[in-house]
Design a protein around this ligand. Structure first.
Ligand SMILES: N[C@@H](CCC(=O)N[C@@H](CS)C(=O)NCC(=O)O)C(=O)O
Length: 268
């Protein structure tokens, strides 16, 4: 296993198994135009508002906590946090054992979903695109937020499409057909429709990658979302990726952060 990032601390705590386990690793006219000028000139498009105190003043000294399940979509957020290199705690939620529905986890995220991020001030953020965007904006030196409003909007556009359509509409039909059709007789048709939705997404991502290594040109928070669905399609289902997406997947797998997370989640 590759050496963990110097500042990273990954503590795996199973919410469902008997014992806690620890292991090393995972926006008046003048004012408006001034704001627009700021947005276009600043790498982060969100100006701090007067009621947002500087982050360090309100944060506790506790590390962030990422609630994840091995190999689930949370792996993409795990990669982003590992790229950041700040201390964090990785808390394993055993979805197979139903830990997401137990009070220990619903008290943190009543949606019963991973990824869930408990931030250093103790507040909880859910939904992959929101977590990815927040991490990239909060830790600008990690280079996960692309420069300029256009690239930032494109990164969010890709991330939301990958999660909300390729994953939630495509893969979910393939893995959980019963959630879409109560009758077992319809499940093969539901799975086939899921594969169709996912394949269309892959073709769109392949086109987006034409002539460039990363989804919006430079590496960004969007790339880890494409990584996790590529991983599901290629490693879990044994299916071929289109050429540009295959190249992207290989580049992702070569990143130290990805290798550390794959090892930490037992997927290497
Ligand atoms: N809309 C959520 C979807 C997250 C999601 O579906 N997570 C899955 C794992 S990949 C989950 O927690 N499933 C648990 C369950 O449905 O019981 C997001 O963007 O984070």
């Amino acid at each position: 296993m590759a050496a963990p990032a110097i500042l990273s601390l990954s503590i795996v705590v199973s919410l469902s198994s008997r014992d806690a386990r620890h292991r090393c690793a995972c926006p008046c006219q003048r004012r408006a135009s001034a704001a627009v000028a700021w947005v276009w000139s600043h790498p982060l498009a969100i100006p701090a508002r007067p009621h947002d105190p500087p982050a360090p003043a309100r944060e506790r000294t506790f590390p962030m906590k990422l609630y994840y399940a091995p190999g689930a979509c949370s792996v993409g957020i795990h990669v982003l946090i590992e790229e950041i290199g700040a201390p964090y705690e990785a808390v394993l939620v055993n979805l197979r054992e139903g830990a997401q529905f137990k009070p220990e986890f619903t008290g943190v995220n009543p949606k019963s979903k991973v990824p869930t991020l408990e931030r250093a001030d103790g507040s909880v953020l859910t939904e992959y695109p929101a977590i990815a965007f927040w991490l990239a904006a909060r830790f600008p030196t990690a280079g996960l937020m692309p420069m300029g409003l256009e690239a930032q909007a494109r990164a969010l556009e890709c991330t939301d499409y990958i999660v909300a359509t390729m994953h939630m509409q495509g893969f979910s039909r393939m893995f959980r057909p019963a959630n879409f059709a109560p009758s077992e007789a319809d499940h093969e048709a539901v799975k086939a429709r899921g594969a169709e939705i996912f394949s269309k997404g892959l073709a769109l991502m392949d086109k987006a990658l034409e002539g460039q290594d990363w989804l919006v040109g430079t590496y960004s928070f969007a790339d880890s979302a494409l990584f996790y669905v590529s991983f599901w399609w290629n490693a879990r289902l044994g299916k071929d990726l289109p050429p540009n997406v295959a190249g992207h997947y290989a580049r992702m797998k070569a990143r130290g952060a990805v290798q550390r997370v794959m090892a930490a989640e037992g997927l290497a």
